[in-house]
Design a protein around this ligand. Structure first.
Ligand SMILES: NC(=O)c1ccc[n+]([C@@H]2O[C@H](COP(=O)([O-])OP(=O)(O)OC[C@H]3O[C@@H](n4cnc5c(N)ncnc54)[C@H](OP(=O)(O)O)[C@@H]3O)[C@@H](O)[C@H]2O)c1
Length: 262
């Protein structure tokens, strides 16, 4: 299936590793040009070099930016659009898990998590809007979490904040539908990426990765395993492409069946 991504210009926040890196690779493989960012200069450069070596004819832009900083986001979006010649696709992916239950989360934890999850999506969308308005097929894909619909006190902040992100996704789709800016969300369950090593260290420092993943998967995931980042990236590319031209405001789980809701 041709996804219609040839010549499209995409910004993937948090593209230096994990899901964002897989999304950038997938978009490049489909013929798009891509800008990625993260806060860690050597990691974002290494990731971009790896993408360039597997897609030598494609344009890959690497930028250092913190999506919790308004000015850095503006510069990130302007530089991405400047170097790619415009912007058709924004993938709001940057983020991370902040495990903890109500009693362990501090005021600072809440504000930090709100900033990186919800406000980053708001400010990246706002900065990208003038460029998306210039695009012939503007697309926004927000990477969110099943916990936004499936409350779990062990991921308390994620549960609360991702619910707000899912509402943001829907209301953006409503407000900007008339301008044909399509906004969709991909809800992640458990996908094996570097952030899970941090979670294991905090929650189960004495367990191996296999034991920790095995326990969580058995309890929560009908398919019985963690997913891979390349099992997420195909859906993101589909939603960013022309075959998804009548889909907006949708939330699609990539979670191996996780989440006891309909
Ligand atoms: N993996 C899962 O099971 C899972 C489940 C639910 C939701 N998610 C969501 O999926 C997204 C990707 O997660 P992942 O598992 O791929 O995580 P990851 O492997 O830790 O990668 C996160 C990426 O985001 C970047 N990032 C983090 N904070 C940033 C900031 N303030 N500004 C700019 N870049 C930032 C990281 O680079 P730097 O740290 O160097 O900046 C990195 O490139 C996140 O939003 C996460 O919450 C993942």
């Amino acid at each position: 299936m041709d996804l219609g991504l040839t010549g499209r210009r995409a910004l993937v926040t948090g593209g230096s590793k994990g899901i964002g890196f897989a999304v950038a690779a997938e978009l490049l493989a489909e013929g798009a040009s891509v800008a990625i960012c993260s806060r860690t200069p050597d990691e974002v450069k290494r990731a971009a070099d790896e993408l360039r070596s597997s897609h030598p004819d494609a344009e890959v832009v690497d930028l250092v930016a913190d999506v919790t900083d308004v000015e850095q986001v503006q510069t990130l979006v302007d530089d991405s659009a400047g170097r790619l010649g415009g912007l058709d696709i924004l993938v709001n992916n940057a983020g991370g898990a902040h495990p903890g239950n109500f009693e362990t989360l501090t005021e600072e934890d809440w504000r930090g998590d709100l900033d990186v999850k919800l406000f980053s999506q708001i400010r990246c969308f706002r900065a990208a809007l003038p460029y998306l308005r210039e695009s012939t097929a503007p697309r926004v894909v927000n990477v969110n979490a099943v916990y936004g619909k499936y409350p779990d006190p062990a991921f308390f902040a994620t549960t609360v904040i991702r619910a707000a992100c899912l509402n943001l996704n829907k209301v953006l789709a409503q407000e900007f539908g008339a301008e044909r800016i399509l906004v969709n969300s991909v809800n992640i369950g458990f996908v094996d990426t570097p952030q899970w090593e941090n979670i294991r260290r905090r929650r189960a420092p004495d367990s191996s990765k296999e034991e920790f993943f095995g326990r969580l998967s058995e309890a929560e995931v009908p398919l019985g395993r963690f997913g891979r980042a390349d099992e997420v990236s195909g859906l993101v590319a589909f939603l960013a492409g022309s075959r998804a031209s009548y889909i907006t405001g949708a939330v699609i789980d990539v979670a191996g069946g996780m989440g006891k809701y309909v």
